[in-house]
Design a protein around this ligand. Structure first.
Ligand SMILES: Cc1cc2nc3c(=O)[nH]c(=O)nc-3n(C[C@H](O)[C@H](O)[C@H](O)COP(=O)(O)OP(=O)(O)OC[C@H]3O[C@@H](n4cnc5c(N)ncnc54)[C@H](O)[C@@H]3O)c2cc1C
Length: 305
């Protein structure tokens, strides 16, 4: 990877929290992906602003990365700066309100809420993303979504100014939020309801065990590959097309849950992408349903086989 003056400049400011050419396979749950031209780990809003300004001045793309659990990063890597929030952590509780910084694990917020006897996030247990990623995607499970009890989201705009969006200013829907494009999520605040900690912890434990039974957690993946089609399940459609267990290279449609593609060892992003295309084509051909990707592609997939 060719060194750049702007990459060197950022490295001089962030020190060991900035790398040139770090492989994204180390920072995504699929465990695939080539190098980020520059990978930065800011810890504060000021450092995030520095990253933002560097990208703007160098005229290179800035890509946000949380815990990389909904991402397929290309084998060719990602140009510009990939800004990973995992150093921006912190969860605070005040009465029935919980505030968490973007890089905090959503599951830790769900755990903290349940342990404090606060209801409204317990069903998000086990979602392996960050608060920033969960807000961005309106992550959800078992009938509960990130936005359900949300009060507001603190963001940074493209000029580096910090502002707060009330929930009513954003438009959340299924795995999508309108109104956040162009903003970087700094933190989120939820108003929860007083409940019984023991009962909430039991719900949480039940959800974690259901996930372990139904999902192929023993292999790297990025969760459900496709959005739920209207009135159906992607996994059911993939299953009836006979694709359960189908592999390309090291990527396999999970035999345990057809909605997941797993890395059985040594998969490349091209393997995963080729399998995604194969599944979409087969399901369209055999059922007429056009599956929509839930996972986010980073980098170039034009040349993927
Ligand atoms: C085993 C497994 C199970 C899963 N189960 C579920 C589930 O039940 N429900 C569900 O909804 N999802 C599920 N997922 C998917 C994933 O965990 C969620 O989508 C999660 O919200 C992604 O968060 P992340 O931090 O990993 O985001 P990333 O994958 O790192 O990024 C996702 C998107 O968010 C953007 N982003 C991240 N942080 C910020 C920020 N601070 N500001 C602006 N943009 C940002 C990124 O640019 C990217 O576009 C699962 C994944 C796995 C591996």
């Amino acid at each position: 990877m060719i060194k750049t003056p702007w990459g060197e400049q950022l490295k001089a400011r962030l020190g060991p929290r900035c790398f040139e050419g770090a492989f994204l396979s180390l920072y995504t749950t699929y465990k695939v992906g080539g190098p980020a031209q520059v990978l930065a780990f800011p810890e504060t809003a000021d450092e995030l602003r520095l990253v933002l300004n560097t990208a703007r001045e160098a005229k290179v793309p800035l890509t946000m990365l949380g815990l990389g659990s909904n991402i397929l990063a290309s084998d060719g890597g990602v140009p510009g700066i990939v800004c990973c929030t995992r150093g921006m952590r912190g969860i605070e509780r005040a009465g029935e309100t919980i505030t968490a910084r973007a890089g905090s694990a959503l599951d830790e917020v769900a755990e903290a809420a349940a342990s404090a006897g606060l209801s409204g996030m317990e069903k998000l247990s086990g979602i392996p993303g960050s608060v920033g990623g969960a807000v961005w995607m309106n992550a959800g499970a078992f009938g509960q979504e990130t936005f359900d009890c949300l009060i507001d989201v603190q963001v940074m705009d493209a000029a580096g100014a910090v502002k707060t969006f009330k929930k009513s200013e954003l438009k959340p829907s299924y795995r999508k939020v309108e109104g956040l494009a162009g903003f970087l999520v700094l933190s989120a605040r939820w108003a929860l309801k007083a409940g019984d900690a023991a009962a909430l912890k039991e719900i949480r434990a039940g959800i974690l065990s259901q996930r372990a039974v139904k999902q192929p957690l023993e292999y790297p993946s990025a969760g459900s590959v496709f959005k739920r089609p209207q009135g159906d399940f992607a996994s059911r459609l993939i299953d009836v097309c006979g694709l359960k267990g189908f592999s390309i290279g090291g990527a396999q449609v999970s035999p345990k849950h057809a909605g997941f593609i797993v890395n059985t060892g040594g998969a490349t992003a091209s393997d995963v992408y080729a399998l995604i295309k194969k599944v979409i084509a087969e399901v369209k051909g055999k059922t007429g349903v056009e599956l929509e990707l839930e996972q986010i592609l980073l980098g170039d997939f034009q040349d993927a086989r």
